[in-house]
Design a protein around this ligand. Structure first.
Ligand code: AMP
Length: 512
């Protein structure tokens, strides 16, 4: 049977697993029955704002991470809308840029985010979760709306860092999400007995794995309190005390837990599946897990936001030395991974090229941004016969002798810091908004995981004050860790900022 909308998964789960615990957070739990009821109530409230016309209906959700936030996503889908999750403390200037690009129907806030959202200068209707959830939905009206959804319609948009300073709204389809959930549950054999320990923020696409795999299988999603991630040594206890069977975390969190030493002290008898995605997973840390947490199912998943979460995977099936690299593996079902050389040909085994992704998980593109969409989503150059979209990941990869894709690095200045995707250009753009800064250049010191901001300025600036200003434009995880003030930034012969000289002078010390 074709599932035209991912919210059909909630319909099914609420029948099949009505009394199973579906969502848990620090304030309690909801069963699948209650999950659907709450989502329907939210839908009832939303219907007052969303008209029934056929246009895209984006709804921004700026709430504290909670089970209510997930119910809001589902409520939006019941109304034929698509949800746009943001950080609860999203910088207002970023929110304004998103609103300008998106022209949303509505912004949903809760008690924690109310003041923040309402202090922004937005020409959009804002409404509280409490208002929405105390409504009632007409089931027939909802059914009629859901039956009109086509599986290629957008389900969510996630805004990711843009090098020009404007975040890009990756628009993903229902089909991508449903296919992905079918693949995850089949590949890893999840059942209603599973309990997922959710780490990923809901504005980060790793959360799609948790939300929709649970929906499809009747498993429970336990939203780990965000504050706990500041104390990685406590995470194994959380896993043990909550009977968690499955985690899908960014490697940074797994590394922090490995370094905390807690894995050798706390037994986690229920834990079976350890999956990770979002950045390179060093084998030195994975080997600590394998030694101390045991030989569980470990899997390295790979995928950019522009694909529905994940497009390749590798189930760890042998011992790796600390300094070896983990493959990112093979394509997921219904996905295609092609490595293209600079001249658009398929790379030979061992030859490096850009990883390009095709298949049902490829997103619909960047919302309301045709030019950048056309650059990143291209016709498959190996297929001259019909329209076949590929997403150019910007990741340099090669195919190993045994047919596994190996990740090498980036082709551009996009970086990953603690699992967060950052375009250095977005930091530079934000810095240039500050009055005292004439010109700016951001460079990543990958060895020490530091972002250097080089500012052309005649003022004596201090990092703390600069960051206080930058916080208005960019999220906290993008803030520079070092500031170097220069009267003039060095330039190359063709008048570009000389990044190499800056790096060698101030970061590696190769130029004295
Ligand atoms: P995001 O859009 O935040 O999911 O970031 C996507 C980028 O993260 C990819 O293009 C890669 O550069 C990197 N990435 C994701 N998963 C992995 C992985 N398993 N190994 C190495 N890099 C990864």
């Amino acid at each position: 049977m074709i599932i035209n909308s991912a919210v059909r998964l909630l319909d099914k789960a609420s029948e099949k697993y009505c009394d199973n615990v579906a969502l848990t957070d620090e304030n309690g739990s909801l069963t699948y029955g209650e999950y659907k009821k709450t989502a329907m109530n939210v839908a009832g409230g939303l219907l007052q704002y969303l008209d029934k016309s056929n246009k895209v209906k984006p709804v921004v959700v700026c709430m504290k991470k909670s089970k209510e936030m997930v119910c809001t996503f589902m409520g939006i889908m019941y109304c034929g809308g698509c949800y746009v999750p943001t950080q609860s403390d999203i910088p207002l200037s970023r929110l304004e840029k998103i609103v300008e690009n998106l022209n949303p129907v509505l912004i949903v806030y809760d008690d924690t985010t109310k003041e923040h959202v309402l202090s922004a200068n937005l020409q959009v209707k804002c409404v509280s979760y409490d208002m929405l959830s105390c409504s009632k939905a007409n089931e027939q009206v909802i059914e009629q709306i859901v039956s009109q959804i086509v599986d290629t319609d957008p389900i969510y948009m996630m805004y990711t860092s843009g090098s020009t300073g404007v975040p890009k709204g990756v628009t993903v389809s229902h089909r991508g999400v449903v296919d992905y959930a079918i693949w995850t549950s089949k590949t890893f054999g999840f059942t209603q007995e599973d309990i997922f320990g959710n780490q990923a923020p809901f504005y980060f696409d790793n959360s799609i794995f948790d939300i929709y795999t649970c929906l499809l299988t009747g498993a429970q999603m336990n939203i780990i309190p965000e504050s706990l991630f500041m104390f990685p040594s406590k995470l194994p206890e959380f896993i043990r005390d909550n009977g968690i069977t499955t985690i899908f975390w960014v490697p940074t969190v797994m590394i922090n837990v490995a370094n905390s030493g807690a894995l050798s002290l706390v037994k986690m008898p229920t834990l079976k599946n350890v999956l990770f995605c979002g950045e390179v997973m060093p084998n030195s840390a994975l080997n600590v897990w394998r030694r101390d947490a045991g030989e569980l199912m470990y899997a390295n998943l790979y995928g950019p936001t522009e694909i529905t979460d994940v497009c390749t995977y590798y189930i760890v099936d042998r011992k790796f030395d600390d300094n070896e690299k983990l493959p990112i593996g093979i394509p997921c079902e219904n996905m295609k991974a092609i490595i293209l050389t600079e001249d658009g040909k398929q790379a030979q085994k061992g030859e490096q090229g850009e990883l390009c992704i095709g298949g049902s998980g490829v997103s619909l593109g960047y919302f309301n941004a045709k030019e950048i969409t056309d650059k990143a989503f291209i016709q498959n150059p190996l297929n001259p016969y019909y329209h076949e979209r590929l997403y150019r990941t910007g990741d340099i990869c090669y195919m190993s002798e045994d047919g596994l894709i190996m990740y090498v690095g980036r082709m551009d200045s996009q970086i990953k810091l603690k699992g967060n995707r950052i375009e250095l250009g977005e930091i530079e753009n934000a810095a240039q908004c500050l009055e005292e800064i004439e010109n700016a250049c951001a460079i990543f010191d990958s060895e020490n995981e530091k972002i250097f901001l080089f500012a052309e300025t005649s003022h004596k600036l201090v990092l703390r004050k600069v960051n206080n200003e930058l916080k208005k434009y960019i999220p906290k995880y993008m803030l520079p860790t070092e500031l170097v003030c220069l009267e003039k930034l060095p330039h190359t012969a063709n008048d570009k900022i000389d990044r190499v000289t800056l790096k060698k002078t101030y970061i590696t010390g190769e130029i004295q």
